[in-house]
Ligand binder design. Structure first.
Ligand code: GDD
Ligand code: MN
Length: 406
């Protein structure tokens, strides 16, 4: 099969020897990404068959296993195809082997598998027997009885655990999970589980934007109002083959959390009412302005000990403009785009617009006081009010690219 991105994907079918059977009969697609798992495949397939046997019989339904292999040098795909006939279970279970060329990653393997999946429910799991196949019928049962929409096999609920992991790997997993739960505000115990089941439409409705390991994380962040259930299991470290976990994957993970955090924030922002947003931005902007006075005074006093008065005044002004800019970017306007060139450009806009504000204040005070004979203090107050309003609105629009209202 020739794909739009130019790569070639081959699919081999086994088990029921055809198109996987009548669509409406398939209650479950088990998506398994593989890379060098030939030693684990036989036991994996047998355990899945044995685990599902009675439930499929009782439901009079079919299930399919979709192995998505990235051209493993150890012949994983061939081994899987070789076993497909022996696990047919009277035609109730089929094995599709999707061969991709080049090692292209876990997430995209699952998504490619999903494209060919026909079951109304899907399970995503690893091939290395770390995820006990005996749990699959329990998960399916939950979904079939409509007790929830997503079942997470969880290491961190009561009764769940991890066996034979090094302290380092344990610590990594626990911190990865903590980071995700806190930053993304998730109400599940094992947000980074690689073993879960859900209705197929849930996965199909998501536009996945991160790469790497964290399929479940993206589901939890992007799908609203689904009923999630966690069931405990013991993660057993693989006996055969090697884990593909690496520093690169850890970095990709942090990037994924960051992207999902931004995604969530954008969405929440979209939900907020314009008036609420405008007022909260204004309140923050003026608070930052007040801190700027302190920074201005503090840094100028410090500088005056080292240099002459004029330079010290200038230092004070520069320091307060800079600290105001940083606080306004990160806090007032919640701008998370920290690209250097972009930020410098914003900084120069900020300086420019604030200088216009300064000039405006100067001019207004002069006009009101000298020409209209207004009392100096009152003139100053009005000028500061107008200049800071200019600063807020113009920076909102041009520096931080927001609409004036909202
Ligand atoms: N097709 C394909 N392509 N499969 C891959 C690739 C790839 O590039 N990399 C890994 N896999 C397959 C493996 O063959 C295995 O079946 C599964 O993806 C998980 O890979 P492991 O290398 O065994 O991952 P792990 O044990 O370190 O991590 C697992 O546990 C984590 C829990 O902390 C995964 O399940 C993670 O998703 C999970 O977060
Ligand atoms: Mn593993």
């Amino acid at each position: 099969m020739q794909r739009s991105d130019g790569s070639v994907v081959g699919i081999g079918y086994g088990g029921d020897g055809g198109d996987g059977g009548d669509r409406k009969d398939i209650v479950l697609s088990i998506l398994i990404p593989t890379y060098n798992e030939s030693e684990n495949i036989p036991q994996l397939l047998r355990s899945i068959r044995d685990g599902l046997h009675s439930l499929l019989k009782q439901l009079d339904a079919k299930a399919e296993i979709i192995i998505v292999d990235d051209d493993s040098p150890d012949g994983t795909a061939d081994v899987a195809e070789g076993y497909s006939t022996s696990i047919r279970d009277e035609g109730r279970l089929s094995v599709k082997v999707l061969r991709r060329y080049g090692k292209r990653g876990l997430l995209s393997a699952v998504l490619d598998g999903l494209k060919t999946a026909q079951g109304s429910n899907v399970v995503v799991m690893d091939a290395d027997l770390s995820h006990p196949p005996a749990l699959i019928p329990v998960m399916l049962d939950e979904l079939m009885h409509d007790r929830c929409d997503l079942v997470i096999a969880s290491r961190y609920v009561d009764g769940g655990s991890v066996e034979n992991w090094s302290m380092k790997r344990k610590a990594l997993s626990i911190s990865a999970n903590m980071i995700a739960r806190m930053i993304l505000n998730l109400d599940v115990k094992d947000a980074v589980s690689g073993f879960f089941a859900c209705k197929r439409w849930i996965l199909e409705g998501i536009e996945f934007t991160t790469s790497g390991y964290k399929i479940l994380l993206e589901v939890l962040v992007k799908v609203d109002n689904i009923r999630v259930k966690e069931i405990p299991y013991t993660f057993v470290n693989r006996c055969h083959g090697k884990s593909k976990f690496s520093t690169k994957i850890a970095i990709e993970y942090l990037r994924a959390v960051w992207l999902l955090y931004r995604y969530g924030r954008k969405r929440r922002r979209g939900e907020r009412r314009g008036s609420v947003l405008f007022l909260s931005r204004a309140a923050r902007f003026y608070t930052v302005g007040a801190t700027g006075l302190l920074v201005n005074y503090g840094s100028a006093s410090l500088a005056s000990m080292l240099t002459n008065m004029h330079i010290a005044t200038l230092v004070g002004i520069l320091c307060s403009i800079t600290s105001n800019f940083i606080l306004n970017k990160l806090w007032t306007f919640e701008d998370t785009d920290l690209a250097v060139i972009y930020t410098l450009k914003q900084y120069s806009y900020y300086m420019g617009l604030s200088s216009v504000g300064g000039a405006l204040q100067f001019l207004l005070t002069y006009l009101l006081n000298h020409i209209y004979g207004m009392q100096y203090n009152l003139a100053l107050l009005i000028a500061i009010g107008l200049a800071s309003t200019w600063n807020f609105l113009s920076n909102k629009k041009w520096t931080f690219k927001e609409r004036i209202w909202g």
